[in-house]
Design a protein around this ligand. Structure first.
Ligand code: ATP
Length: 441
């Protein structure tokens, strides 16, 4: 079958990620592990910048949200209470002929849902429920009494710490708890590069409110979360809201909207904003006997807080940032790929080049590089033609290249080249750090 152009773009992005050190296949020298990926030098920086941006927007810049870093392994009863043991399942269908396994939901979208997409035979079984949690054993005995799970979401760590955080921080409702951390799901059909993986990182915030104010806070958080993607520099024409109808609304939710992005493989969910009502705290109260109720002078009553949740995927955001920034610009000559990353998230903020390796230029360039390095992630490159050095930085997503040339010694000025416009402007050496700070911060 001929591959379509859109998938080719994904293939080229995957290969750029490997070439430039953004993302590698996990355990590649052993043949790779399906759907597991490692972040290389630039990928690790990009991911850190995305998480920092989220953390700043969701806790550091706010008075009403506290941070948390809960353990991945939790008491197994948590997952019974949350419903994950009984309900966190995907209906699966097997092919009796070729033994391939599919999600019933995916098959339903096919033209011939009774036919095996792999071998074409009509030998599919009835759907069976398959739990998506990874199970392991705590301690030396591998029996069911020692079973624990790798958390499939970070949210439960927040609910079970609601009382601890409230008491320690003395926050009053409305307030939130934010957390970034790994989650694991034994997905049946992972794929599309880092879009759906079995190990991923979530950035979740749970906002505790009075039930009478749920609609107000739901709208507020929808707006805040949309604005965060704008801050990351994502093209707003590629983003949209998807409202969950009565059929796809989770059992605990009163309202749910997803932010979707138009990937080369279609519109897909990036983040969910959910009104989870008092479902979670009530369930944990019921299971543990701990009083999760809240008394507030403003409302003059005791009530069970409602929760507005914002749940984003870090890896999915990173993929969105890369896809959105990836441009093939033929006007730039043979190396025509540019990653137009926003300076705020770009792994390398600027590259410093001496135009040539003589006439005192490397010395000035190295000094500038060391000065800038104290505040920014910068890169020094003295090798090869300057055109090739620019092209390498364009592909790595570096927004600015600073070149020390023959004029620098005479008037203390350098050129700063803008990655996107390719325009070069002269600045005083002493102004470079402020220029970068303004763009990056
Ligand atoms: P999907 O429908 O894509 O499976 P979901 O509705 O199950 O997602 P949530 O449980 O709401 O997702 O998780 C919140 C966020 O966590 C998602 O919006 C997504 O960004 C991220 N996420 C969930 N599952 C994965 C995964 N397998 N790989 C990468 N990110 C994920």
């Amino acid at each position: 079958m001929a591959k379509n152009k859109k998938n080719d773009k994904m293939d080229r992005l995957v290969s750029l990620c490997k070439r430039r050190g953004y993302i590698f296949q996990s355990s590649e020298i052993y043949g790779g592990l399906n759907s597991c990926w490692d972040y290389g030098p630039l990928g690790a920086e990009l991911k850190r910048n995305i998480k920092t941006s989220w953390w700043e927007a969701m806790t550091a810049r706010r008075d009403d949200i506290e941070g948390l870093d809960a353990a991945i392994l939790m008491h197994p009863a948590v997952w019974k209470t949350s419903g994950h043991i009984d309900e966190f399942t995907d209906p699966l269908v097997d092919c009796k002929t070729c033994k391939a396994r599919f999600r019933a939901e995916d098959l339903a979208e096919n033209k011939n849902p009774e036919q095996c997409p792999a071998c074409g035979n009509k030998t599919l079984t009835e759907a069976r429920q398959f739990n998506l949690m990874f199970k392991t054993f705590m301690g030396p005995v591998a029996d069911d009494s020692a079973a624990v799970y790798l958390r499939p979401e970070t949210a439960q760590g927040i609910y079970v710490n609601f009382l601890n955080v409230k008491n320690a921080s003395r926050q009053k409702i409305p307030f939130g708890i934010a957390q970034i951390g790994k989650a694991f799901r034994n997905e049946i059909t992972p794929g599309n590069f880092i879009f759906r993986t079995r190990e991923f990182e979530q950035m979740e915030m749970q906002y505790f409110i009075h039930p009478s104010e749920d609609e107000k806070w739901f709208e507020y958080w929808k707006e805040q979360r949309w604005n965060w993607y704008m801050e990351l520099g994502i093209n707003k024409d590629k983003l949209r809201w998807h409202e969950h109808g009565p059929d796809d609304l989770a059992h605990y939710a009163k309202a749910a909207y997803d932010i979707e992005y138009e990937f080369p493989f279609g519109w897909k969910e990036l983040e969910g904003v959910h009104n989870r009502t008092d479902f979670d705290l009530s369930r944990h109260q019921e299971a543990t006997g701990k009083d999760m109720g809240y008394i507030d002078e403003r409302f003059k009553e005791k009530f069970m807080p409602y929760i507005i949740e914002t749940s984003a995927g870090c890896d999915r955001t990173l993929l969105t940032v890369l896809v959105d920034a990836y441009v093939e610009d033929d006007s730039r000559g043979d190396k025509s790929t540019v990653l137009r990353l926003s300076p705020k998230v770009a792994p390398i903020k600027a590259a410093v080049f001496p135009l040539v390796k003589k006439d005192g230029m490397p010395e000035i360039a190295e000094k500038l590089y060391h000065d800038l390095k104290k505040r920014f992630k910068v890169f020094y490159d003295a090798g090869g033609s300057v055109g090739r050095r620019y092209a390498r930085m364009d592909e790595a997503g570096t927004p600015f290249c600073i070149t020390i040339d023959g004029q620098t010694k005479d008037d203390d000025t350098v050129t700063i080249r803008d990655r996107d416009s390719m325009e070069q402007t002269r600045y005083k050496l002493a102004e470079v750090a402020d220029f970068l700070a303004e763009k990056v911060e």
